[in-house]
Design a binder for this molecule. Structure first.
Ligand code: CTP
Ligand code: CA
Length: 232
């Protein structure tokens, strides 16, 4: 019989979770960041630990404490995250990219604190795209391992949210995509969350709503069942 998602343990499995928001330095005192709290990623790490997995948490900037009982590796920028995840992902059965990775970084990082210019009221920053970590690890041979992406979208309605998610899962090549709607006040700082999980074909496999911990455990159930079903 197919394993019951909520009852699927992860004993003997290795799980890598990235969480929080990356920070791209401009100078020694400033950075470009985002509003990710890391709550959902940390909840996933805890839920995986509680299911018996050996968990590594790759922590970008977190607004919440790191959990006990998991190995923590720090990664501040997208480049550091890429290096850590490229190294560790092949050694983990399940990789969950819950971190909010900055799409761009400043072209140059100034060694000195940037001074206010007296040449006018505007300042133009030149940015360059960061590598796409999720797409990069998803392009490597999987050997039964699973790779999961996250997408926070500001969609007008459910249909638009799903369309954005389907396009994204196809573009990234990951096995699952966890989608959630965000706005100025929803998602990032909240204790609660509502998500839709799409599989690699873009089909909706789960909808979960509740605290970030209960959502984490619900969606882990899907991945645990998929791991149990894969040959490895
Ligand atoms: N991601 C990544 N590397 C990046 C950007 C994003 O690995 N440089 C991962 C995120 O961790 C997340 C997934 O890709 O799991 C989707 O992130 P998202 O920002 O929604 O996707 P983008 O391709 O950056 O598209 P968008 O233009 O919507 O920001
Ligand atoms: Ca992005």
């Amino acid at each position: 019989a197919a394993p019951v998602p909520g009852e699927t343990r992860l004993e003997g499995r290795t799980v890598l979770v990235t969480a929080g928001g990356t920070r791209e330095p401009l100078d020694p005192v400033r950075y470009i960041g985002n509003r990710s709290s890391g709550r959902q990623g940390v909840a996933l790490a805890e839920a995986a630990r509680d299911r018996g997995a050996s968990v590594t948490l790759v922590a970008a900037h977190l607004e919440v404490p790191v959990p006990t009982g998991v190995e923590v590796v720090r990664a501040e920028t997208a480049a550091e995250l890429l290096a850590v995840v490229t190294d560790l992902s092949p050694r983990h059965d399940l990789t969950i990219m819950a971190a909010a990775v900055s799409d761009y970084r400043p072209v140059a990082v100034s060694d000195a604190k940037i001074k206010k210019a007296n040449t006018g009221e505007r300042l133009t920053l030149e940015l360059v795209q960061n590598p796409d970590i999720l797409a990069s690890i998803s392009a490597e041979p999987r050997h039964g391992r699973l790779i999961v992406g996250f997408a926070a979208e500001t969609a007008g309605d459910d249909a638009e949210l799903l369309a954005l998610g389907r396009a994204k899962v196809a573009r990234k090549g990951c096995d699952f995509l966890v989608l959630n709607a965000v706005g100025w006040n929803a998602g990032f700082v909240s204790e609660r969350n509502t998500v839709v999980v799409l599989d690699g074909a873009g089909d909706r496999v789960l909808e979960a709503s509740g605290t970030k911990m209960s959502v984490a455990d619900d969606i882990l159930g899907v991945f645990a069942a998929a791991l149990a079903a894969s040959p490895s």
